[in-house]
Design a protein around this ligand. Structure first.
Ligand code: S3P
Length: 440
């Protein structure tokens, strides 16, 4: 069983890069596979989640040449996918399985989609129900609530659907299905979730309209879209988040993270950290593939607690595990509410983060929809956690957050079950060691 040992006592210094954005990589692979011609996707995320989506598209008949830096995707056009000759394994990826289910619902062939133990526990009814309303034939465990899902491709009709949750996975699954459906679909979400699918649609000139939080899209376009000779994936803010929090809470740190995606639907962590007192600067702002990008410079700072309500949840959703580390060492109370979606992520993050950080001396009270964190910091200094033997619960973001928590303790911290870090950030430990460089 893989484990990670974190040795505290040094500040974080230097300039690093993080993997390409995981959400954008999934979408780029799918949309370039459906394009006409050959696309080149560079700086993509080589985490297992995205590699599983690459394997899925290969199984669906798309030629994809991989190198460390670039994917060369030989797009087969909108109607060019073909039946795979075995089940598709999406591994640990909720985005992978949900987007692919939407994509495959309207094909003229049969597919089975499955994943690891965590994926087979996660709710699929949220996409299966609206897809069935579009005419999809999908079977699964517990009436389609749980994977494996068997998708008997069928002729879809457009849908008017108001999602009860602000979820980019639901929105994107339905947008992909809507491309193959007859008529105009109208997809509404209660709050704007990450809009990478919409931005890539724009990048590829795939027609749709936005009216508030409703997207309107006409299915079965007569002509598809052209391949992208160069699609550069920005760095993943959700990977940068660990170093943003680490550099803030460890005194004497100064870290720059190059080329990070700063899409407004993703930057909740930056806003919350700055309202807690963090010293974060965005420099060299530019655009890549229709996404805003910047270099992020972070210097250590003293933090104080804040209230994070429902309005801030969608744009911060994946960063709560590491944000809780910041809250645990800040001065005063941080209250997180309206975040019940955290219970259905790779792990129940309200439960796993509370349990693991409390074992390190944090003071956290679980709530059904969030938590109350009483920070250990004072007006003079950020607080410090205590060494404990940590466990990831199979959740990559919990594993990496505990590593950052371990930087604040007085003795080394061991974290077990860290193989899951491979799903999003294979080089996490090496990048952290680079910032802690012992030769300094
Ligand atoms: C993602 C959407 C979010 C996020 C997940 C990636 C995406 O999930 O938590 O890590 O790429 O669409 P929800 O759609 O469930 O909110």
């Amino acid at each position: 069983m893989a484990s990670l040992t974190i040795t505290p006592g040094r500040s974080l210094q230097g300039t690093i890069s993080v993997p390409g954005d995981k959400s954008i990589t999934h979408r780029a692979v799918i949309l370039t596979a459906l394009a006409n011609g050959v696309s080149r996707v560079t700086s993509y995320c080589r985490g297992e989640d995205c590699l599983n989506t690459v394997r899925a598209l290969k199984a669906l008949g798309v030629r994809i040449d991989e190198s460390d830096e670039e994917l060369c995707v030989h797009g087969k056009g909108l109607w060019g996918l073909t039946e795979p000759n075995g089940p598709i394994d999406c591994g640990n990826s909720g985005t992978g399985i949900r987007l692919l289910t939407g994509l495959l619902a309207g094909q003229d062939f049969f597919t089975v989609l499955t994943g690891d133990e965590s994926i087979r526990r996660r709710p699929m009814g949220r996409i299966v129900k609206p897809l069935r309303e579009m005419g999809a034939t999908i079977a699964g465990r517990k009436g389609g609530e749980l994977a494996p899902l068997a998708v008997m491709g069928s002729r879809l009709r457009a849908i008017t659907y108001a999602s009860p949750v602000a979820s980019a996975q639901i929105k994107s699954a339905l947008l992909l299905a809507a491309l193959f459906a007859e008529g105009t679909s109208r997809i509404t979400e209660p709050r704007l979730s990450r809009d990478h699918t919409e931005r890539l649609f724009q990048f590829f000139n795939i027609a749709f309209r936005r009216e508030g939080t409703t997207l309107l899209i006409e299915g079965r376009p007569l002509v598809g879209w052209n391949a992208a000779p160069r699609l550069v994936i920005p760095g993943d803010l959700s990977a940068a988040a660990f170093f943003i929090v680490g550099a803030t809470i460890i005194p004497g740190s100064d870290v720059t993270i190059r080329q990070v995606g700063v899409n407004p639907t993703r930057v909740g962590l930056l806003d919350v950290m700055m309202s807690m007192g963090a010293n974060i600067q965005l420099i060299n702002r530019r655009e890549e593939a229709g996404e805003p990008v910047a270099d992020i410079r972070v210097k250590s700072a003293r933090l104080h607690g804040v209230a994070i309500g429902p309005d801030l949840i969608p744009q911060t959703i994946d960063e709560f595990p590491v944000l809780c580390v910041a809250a645990a060492v800040a001065e005063g109370e941080t209250i997180i509410s309206g975040a019940e979606e955290l219970r259905v992520k790779e792990s129940d993050r309200i439960a796993t983060v509370s349990a693991e950080l409390c074992a390190m001396g944090a003071q956290i009270t679980e709530k059904p929809d969030g938590m109350v964190v009483r920070g250990l910091g004072t007006a003079e200094d950020n607080g410090r956690l205590q060494t404990a033997h940590g466990r990831s619960h199979g959740d990559h973001r919990v594993a990496m957050s505990l590593a950052i928590a371990g930087l604040t303790t007085s003795a080394p911290t061991v974290i077990d079950e860290t193989a899951c870090i491979e799903t999003s950030f294979p080089d996490f430990h090496r990048t952290l060691l680079e910032l802690l460089d012992e030769r300094r």
